[in-house]
Ligand binder design. Structure first.
Ligand SMILES: *Cc1c(COP(=O)(O)O)cnc(C)c1O
Length: 357
């Protein structure tokens, strides 16, 4: 039986991406590796049409959190000051990362069910000595909230603060206006909206935004990766097979129409499932207009606890995702990333009707 992953990464792989894992053995000190790495870095910039003289993609062997950690440790200079916006698990994780690296950090925290409070951010940025950087999660996967970054970017621009974006579950599907917003960097991973294999994370950064000397980390030293990769090398062994898979996934991404097409496809899939669930009386956690195209969260119906719903769906070939933290017993989440066909969606709809109807 085909297993369809509806959890927010890792995702169901296409045959082409899986096959790419079987590429030839390759030493990461050989020119063939340099070519592969170069191609992936170029394609990652192409996802958002970024010019290579101002922007760089930096590839890391690690999960999305490694990329977020490298971004924060590598972009907030010594003497810099970071404001982290928190309304879910991933915002809180960014604060912890900053603290562990000794970055001077303040927070603008709000309830998990609310959008970030812009007035709080404005007040924080207006204080002296002021913040150099603001870290925000674009798609807070905890609840499925897509934060509208445009007004936040405007506030940051007014105070001269630069944005560090956790775009781990949005890069490749949601809009990031790199040209107009004061973005220093964003962090993401191969195995969410880009449909690659887990094991490669990356930071897309402005070349002039990678600052910190001396570096705060050995393995996650963003500047060291940037310099080595520009020269065709890598400071450490990379996960070569995962690179093959990401390269194939990016080719597939562009062949399927790029970012706008991916977003449309996610919206069509999740819209269909949403209609079925709402028809069954299941309530979405967030209001219309607040949800991402990637993942929706729903309140568990009174008659069905998470384990029962999970197990019944798993029996039918679908893996859903529980809530985190205080939502662990209250919600379930369905993500639409990965190689999911319209037939899979139809079978999922039928399974939901069978289980919850
Ligand atoms: C998945 C995710 C991460 C990182 O998760 P890893 O397990 O380290 O890949 C970070 N932020 C967000 C918003 C995510 O959805």
């Amino acid at each position: 039986m085909k297993v369809v992953l509806l959890n927010p990464g890792p995702v169901t792989l296409s045959a082409r991406v899986r096959q790419a894992l079987l590429g030839p053995d390759l030493c990461h000190r050989e020119p063939e590796f340099a070519g592969l790495q170069h191609a992936i870095r170029d394609k990652l910039l192409s996802v958002y049409d970024l010019p290579a003289n101002d922007w760089a993609a930096v590839l890391l062997t690690g999960s999305g959190t490694a990329a977020v950690e490298a971004m924060i440790a590598g972009c907030v200079p010594r003497g810099g000051h970071l404001l982290v916006i928190e309304n879910g698990v991933y915002g809180e994780r960014m604060r912890t990362i900053a603290e562990r690296h000794g970055v001077a950090v303040g927070t603008a925290s709000g309830p998990w069910l609310a959008a970030p409070d812009l007035a709080t951010v404005d007040t924080a940025l207006a204080a002296t000595p002021g913040y150099t950087h603001v870290a925000v999660v674009q798609h807070e996967t905890t609840t499925g909230r897509l934060t509208d970054l445009a007004p936040l970017a405007a506030i940051c621009a007014r105070y001269g603060a630069r944005l560090l974006i956790d775009a781990v579950s949005s890069f490749g599907a949601e809009t990031i206006d790199f040209a107009s917003w004061p973005v220093a960097a964003c962090a993401a991973t191969a195995n969410k909206c880009l449909h690659g294999v887990p094991g490669t994370g990356f930071v897309v950064c402005r070349r002039d935004a990678v600052a910190t000397t001396p570096p705060r980390s050995v393995y996650l030293d963003l500047g060291a990766y940037l310099r080595a990769q520009d020269a065709g090398g890598t400071p450490f062994t990379q996960s070569v097979q995962t690179f093959y898979a990401l390269d194939a996934a990016l080719d597939e991404f562009f062949a399927e129409g790029g970012r706008a097409a991916r977003r449309e496809r996610y919206l069509a899939r999740i819209g269909a499932v949403h209609a079925t669930l709402v028809g069954l009386g299941v309530r979405p956690l967030l209001a219309d207009g607040e949800r991402s195209c990637v993942l929706h969260a729903y309140e568990l119906p009174a008659a069905c606890d998470y384990q029962r719903l999970h197990d019944a769906l798993k029996q039918r070939g679908f893996i859903i995702y529980a809530g985190q933290g205080r939502f662990a017993q209250e919600i379930f989440r369905i993500s639409m990333m990965g190689d999911i066909t319209s037939d899979d969606v139809a079978r999922l709809q039928a399974a939901l009707v069978e289980i919850l109807g």
